[in-house]
Design a protein around this ligand. Structure first.
Ligand SMILES: Nc1ncnc2c1ncn2[C@@H]1O[C@H](COP(=O)(O)OP(=O)(O)OP(=O)(O)O)[C@@H](O)[C@H]1O
Ligand SMILES: [Mg+2]
Length: 162
């Protein structure tokens, strides 16, 4: 993908309510689907971000963390949604069991925690969400990798502070 789609929002420090609010704003742009990688250490807020996003999209059921199941799937208004947590993946080949290759043809939304463990077996991201511990809060940096991701960030920019 061309480097010109690489845009970044200024890093922000957010409490949990702020992180949730940002994820909720992003959710409103995802009706066409896409791929979001959630990067950060244990406890950095990846599931919190994903849950807020899924909730805002209208995933009605209790939103489970895929920590043990590896994948939790939903469908909202015809959009298939997959929430992955690859922490327990030992090798990218294990991803084959999740049937992700089916995703290549369809419109879908993919949220992946620990994407670095999926290697090339995981679809490339439109957006990378970087989360890091910052005392009682979290540092968040958003980085787009595609035109779609850049469009999402364009809509979000200027709304991340406060
Ligand atoms: N912005 C924030 N500020 C402070 N605490 C937060 C923030 N976001 C999430 N937390 C808290 O941090 C803890 C860990 O969050 P979460 O489970 O989302 O992390 P994670 O990155 O998914 O971790 P794992 O790598 O284990 O899956 C939770 O108790 C959550 O309430
Ligand atoms: Mg998690």
């Amino acid at each position: 993908m061309s480097g010109r789609f690489k845009t970044e929002l200024d890093e922000v420090e957010l409490d949990e309510a702020g992180l949730v609010a940002l994820a909720q704003r992003l959710a409103g742009r995802l009706e066409d689907g896409g791929v979001i990688h959630l990067r950060g250490d244990l406890g950095a807020g990846k599931t919190t971000f994903a849950r807020a996003l899924l909730g805002a999209l209208g995933v009605g059921t209790r939103i489970k963390s895929p920590t043990y199941s590896l994948i939790e799937s939903y469908e909202v208004r015809g959009l298939p949604i997959h929430h992955l947590d690859l922490y327990r993946i030992a090798a990218p080949e294990e991803l084959e069991f999740l049937g992700l290759s089916d995703l290549a043809v369809a419109r879908f939304l993919l949220l992946a925690e620990w994407p670095e463990r999926g290697g090339d077996a995981l679809p490339a991201p439109d957006l990378i969400v970087h989360l890091a511990h910052a005392g009682p809060r979290r540092r968040l940096r958003l980085e787009s990798e595609t035109a779609r991701g850049a469009r999402w960030l364009g809509i979000l920019s200027g709304q991340t502070s406060g």
